[in-house]
Design a protein. Structure first.
Length: 343
């Protein structure tokens, strides 16, 4: 691809004026700074309370760290706002900024998907998957690295709308353009398509987990009424467990909602062959706010954990009749299925 011509098109022929692009980058950079600070506070809170010793908090820390790094990339986009796009320094910086953006976008998706998978196995099947942490980390680093290299090899990185990413349009001169088939294909096969699929699966898993927890809550209440005080301790422990789980459910929901704005903008750009200020602004705002909401969720999670107290370690013992999960008895006959207290 002729990178020089792409930048010229984006500057002079795009539906986004220079003023529009500057507004978008100002919003992106300003919000990214706020998001970065929120992520730093969240990581500091986990470190101070030493919750990083628990796998579930480390999984949350990984995605917050990825969101923090993404905030740095967005701030760097803002720093480049006044540079001449024809200069070699800008062109090289833009390419490497786009590589980092792609790398961190995919990393965020994988970390939140692994967190959802880990939580789903724990809530629905009482499975302790702590031993898979190495897989969560290695796959969430190596796969994004490989994916981010593909557009670099095909020379598909450049200015898109207001920032640097995989290009979707080719300039043919005189302010005429045509869709960049390679760029559009890479956008949707390397990120937006897989991300949409994984986020959809995550939301289905959230629904299943929510129904499961609700059913177990009703079962415990019914047993409490029938036995009066026999299982009251189980109920109290289950309520404590719910306080630990509910903040975790927020992570995939936040990612899904923020992803929608970016997904809609990319579909519109690919279909119409031009960028729209409203969609692009919503895209950049959602992208920049990811770190803020993820960091805030972790802060709330830490606060709830500290207030409710540490949960007991996950231990399961099962036979044909009963299974004990962290001190809460689950009768496999179906009379009662309590929640495992873990992490």
């Amino acid at each position: 691809m002729d990178v020089h011509s792409t930048w010229k098109y984006e500057n002079n022929c795009n539906a986004l004026s220079i003023r529009d692009k500057n507004k978008i980058l100002c919003v992106s950079g300003g919000v990214a700074i706020l998001s970065g600070l929120c992520c730093i506070l969240a990581l500091a809170a986990v470190t101070i309370k030493r919750l990083y010793k628990k796998v579930i908090y480390r999984l949350a820390m990984y995605q917050v760290t990825a969101a923090l790094l993404q905030s740095f990339v967005l701030v760097f986009d803002f720093v480049l706002i006044d540079y001449n796009e024809e200069e070699l320094y800008y062109q090289v910086s833009c390419k490497y900024t786009a590589v980092m953006a792609q790398f961190l976008l995919v990393m965020n998706v994988l970390f939140i998907s692994w967190l959802t998978f880990h939580l789903f196995a724990f809530v629905v099947f009482f499975k302790d998957l702590n031993r898979l942490e190495w897989l969560y980390i290695s796959s969430s680093v190596l796969i994004p690295l490989l994916i981010a290299c593909i557009p670099f090899i095909t020379d598909s990185y450049g200015v898109v709308g207001a920032w640097c990413y995989i290009t979707s349009l080719k300039d043919e001169g005189n302010c005429t353009t045509r869709p960049d088939v390679v760029g559009i294909t890479e956008q949707f096969t390397l990120y937006y398509g897989p991300a949409a699929f994984l986020f959809t699966v995550n939301m289905i898993a959230i629904v299943v987990m929510t129904v499961t927890m609700a059913c177990r809550t009703c079962t415990l209440k019914q047993v409490d009424r029938e036995t009066q005080t026999l299982y009251s301790e189980d109920s109290n422990q289950y309520v404590k467990a719910l306080k630990q789980i509910l903040p975790l459910v927020a992570y995939p929901i936040i990612h899904f909602l923020l992803f929608l704005a970016a997904f809609v903008n990319r579909i519109y750009t690919a279909k119409e062959g031009t960028a729209a200020f409203g969609f692009t602004l919503a895209h950049t705002a959602a992208q920049s706010l990811r770190g803020f909401f993820i960091g805030l969720s972790l802060i709330v999670h830490v606060a709830v954990s500290v207030k409710s107290g540490s949960l007991r370690n996950f231990k399961s013992k099962s036979d044909h009749n009963d299974a004990t999960y962290g001190g809460v008895t689950a009768h496999t006959s179906g009379a009662i299925t309590a929640f495992p207290l873990a992490y």
